[in-house]
Design a protein around this ligand. Structure first.
Ligand code: ARG
Length: 458
């Protein structure tokens, strides 16, 4: 069914209709379409553009349609061109001529821009809630493991000692930035386009602020061409979602490594891992792997949106119908990933002794050894070189810095004395790193508390 029959003499071919139609993916916006139409009809009535009784009839008819869709009494007609056509057609079927007045001073171009914005405004909030849930779990675990020493890595080589709580809170910071990106994107999205009509506004004496207020928008769009041509809000939301997926994917990669027998820093709960159909011993971190894998979908969706938009002249072009599957898929994917990831993290078993064991190898206290010399008057560059020689000696003797005898230290630099052993104990290496932002347990506890409080108020 089409709304634009007048100038056509032939029926649309079945293939064209199938190709052109978007109802199979835009029907999910039925609620927003109805809300938008109710606000539009109310505004038309208040401005005297249609009779008050007509406006009331339309609103009542639309409410009935909404109820029938939600109860399942009214299935979507997959032959309809899109959700807008379906609902307007159904309204006219039910209330007759007044139904045909609804589209006065409106185009599907501003209608679809409105519907997508209304839909995404809710989804930004939904995604944000899920991110906040994850941040809360991270803050809780960080407080619990504020004292747990583990190796920190660069180049995936053991580098310097940190605490597990500190490591987790790095993800807390990333996700807090994600939340602020979502909030930002919501602010910019909060502009009501209805009244832009096809592209050039309207000659009817409409009051766009009434519609904006009824729909809970902060303000109205300023340019009718931009109002119908703009999909920045989709691209911006998709970009924010992509960055969330980068973060979740890195976190997943670490979870996967930590679950391996080579690390065994954590073990996933049985409820959040899977087995192998042939290898009875296997316990696989499928959730983390899927999250890592699904990041590609979201980046792809973002690229789809950019590519669809980059070459189209103002104003509306049918290319823009391609926005919906991309942004809906990005939103669905991120929500699904967060819903699976958060309880997986929440229920993991942390194995501090394995972290401690890994921290004891790999000379991760070498910087602290050099720092001890520096604090005893040796210039840092010389201290660095001397410590390098000590590490080489340890490798030759097959020991670590803690067990290397003092006379070997003294052979490399006369300044060394017994106190160095105290300075290079891993617990001290960590507890002394008290510069703001560091891994010392007291700082981690304070940061975990800060992050938890912020998350509580988001
Ligand atoms: N289904 C269309 C879309 O999603 C609605 C807008 C149609 N506008 C038009 N001029 N054909 O973009």
């Amino acid at each position: 069914m089409q709304l634009w029959k007048g100038r056509f003499k032939k029926e649309l071919s079945k293939t064209t209709n199938d190709f052109n139609s978007s109802i199979r993916f835009d029907s999910r916006m039925y609620r927003e379409d109805i809300e938008g139409s109710i606000a539009h009809a109310t505004m038309l009535g208040r401005c005297g553009i249609i009779a008050q009784e007509s406006a009331e009839e339309i609103v009542k008819g639309l409410k009935d349609i909404l109820a029938d869709i939600e109860s399942g009494a009214l299935p979507f007609d997959m032959e309809a061109e899109d959700i807008h056509t379906f609902i307007e057609g159904e309204l006219t079927k039910r209330i007759g001529d007044d139904g045909k007045r609804l589209h006065t001073s409106r185009s599907r171009n501003d209608q679809v821009a409105l519907d997508v914005k209304l839909y995404l405004k809710k989804e930004v909030v939904n995604v944000k809630k899920l991110v906040v849930e994850l941040i809360k779990v991270i803050a809780g675990k960080a407080a619990e493991y504020a004292d747990t020493v583990m190796p920190g890595y660069t180049h995936l080589q053991r580098a310097q000692p940190i605490t597990f709580g500190h490591h987790l809170l790095a993800y807390g910071e990333m996700l807090l930035r994600d939340v602020s990106r979502l909030e930002d994107c919501l602010k910019r999205m909060d502009e009501m386009p209805l009244g832009s009509c096809a592209l050039a506004g309207t000659t009817y004496p409409i009051d766009r602020t009434i519609t904006a207020e009824l729909l809970g928008f902060d303000r109205i769009t300023n340019n009718s061409l931009d109002g119908v041509s703009d999909r920045d809000f989709c691209m911006e939301f998709a970009s924010a979602l992509s960055i969330i997926m980068v973060h979740l994917s890195r976190f997943s990669e670490e979870m996967i490594m930590w679950c391996s027998w080579e690390f065994k820093f954590v073990e996933l709960d049985d409820a959040f891992s899977t087995g192998s159909s042939i290898m009875p011993q296997k316990k696989n971190p499928d959730i983390a792997e899927l999250v890592r894998g699904k990041s590609g979908r979201v980046f792809g969706d973002t690229m789809t949106l950019f590519t669809v938009m980059k070459g189209i002249a103002l104003a509306y072009n049918k290319d823009m119908q391609e926005d919906k599957e991309a942004i809906f898929d990005a939103v669905d994917t991120v929500k699904m990933c967060l819903t699976a990831f958060t309880p997986m993290l929440d229920t993991m078993r942390v194995i501090p002794q394995n972290m401690r064991r890994a921290a004891a190898g790999g000379f991760i206290n070498a910087t602290d050894c050099a720092d001890w010399l520096t604090k005893n008057g040796v210039p840092f560059r010389d201290a660095y070189k001397a410590t390098g020689e000590l590490v080489a000696k340890c490798i030759e003797l097959g020991c670590d810095l803690e067990s290397l005898p003092l006379d070997e230290y003294k052979k490399v630099c006369f300044v060394f004395n017994e106190d160095v052993y105290n300075a290079i104990s891993l617990e001290r290496c960590v507890s002394q790193r008290t510069a703001f932002g560091g891994p010392a347990p007291e700082l981690v506890r304070a940061q975990a508390k800060r992050v938890a409080e912020i998350a509580e108020n988001l």
